[in-house]
Design a protein. Structure first.
Length: 213
């Protein structure tokens, strides 16, 4: 499965760079909304991993501390800081400028769900800390918050893929989308930093192979 981040070159290239994974791209062809949809695919894999881990924990299996620590890092670093950062810092403001309302509109709903997701991740982290300190009841809280987060993000992704991004495609012309893709690239370099993308790639691949195959 291919995931992307935009890069501007004079010819097509195959790279492992940006948010996630090996890709083959043609310069100037990747719209901002298409990039975000492809990043959703990586997030959906992680949601399936989390769902599997929650089921195992509920059955009494031991939770792998290193794996769950890495998952929390992925949720905070890739899903929120990188992916949601692109939406909140660039896509959503551009849509509002084109007359798509924030308050009481689809952008506002997406922002609310981003905030709710952060609350779930914070609760997940707190329950995990309690579990590591020896509180057996914290396992149930991990399971419940994981499942709440997975349900939220799956529904959120469907709304964005099937409704919000279609609205963005109608509101923003091709040049605006390509310029935004360049803004995404800068955000990744400034906010995520070198080497982190490859780290996310390796970790997600490891989690998929461990829990989903």
């Amino acid at each position: 499965m291919n995931f992307h981040c935009y890069i501007q070159q004079e010819q097509s290239v195959t790279i492992q760079w940006g948010c996630l994974f090996f890709i083959t791209i043609k310069p100037g062809k990747m719209k901002a909304t298409k990039q975000l949809k492809e990043e959703h695919e990586g997030i959906k894999i992680m949601l399936s991993v989390m769902e599997k881990i929650a089921g195992n924990l509920e059955k009494g299996e031991e939770l792998n501390r290193d794996h769950f620590t890495g998952i929390l890092g992925f949720l905070k670093g890739f899903t929120d800081q990188c992916h949601h950062g692109k939406e909140e810092g660039h896509l959503f403001p551009a849509m509002v400028e084109r007359g798509i309302p924030e308050l009481g509109g689809p952008v506002g709903v997406m922002l609310h769900e981003h905030r709710l997701g952060r609350e779930y991740v914070a609760a997940m982290s707190s329950a995990f800390d309690q579990w590591k300190e020896g509180d057996p009841s914290a396992a149930g809280r991990i399971v419940s918050t994981v499942r709440s987060y997975v349900e939220l993000l799956r529904n959120h992704i469907e709304k964005e893929n099937n409704i919000l991004f279609n609205m963005a495609d109608q509101a923003l012309d091709e040049q605006e989308q390509l310029q935004m893709a360049g803004d995404f690239e800068k955000l990744e370099q400034d906010e995520i930093g070198p080497g982190k993308h490859e780290e996310y790639h390796r970790f997600l691949k490891e989690m998929k192979e461990t829990y989903l195959t």
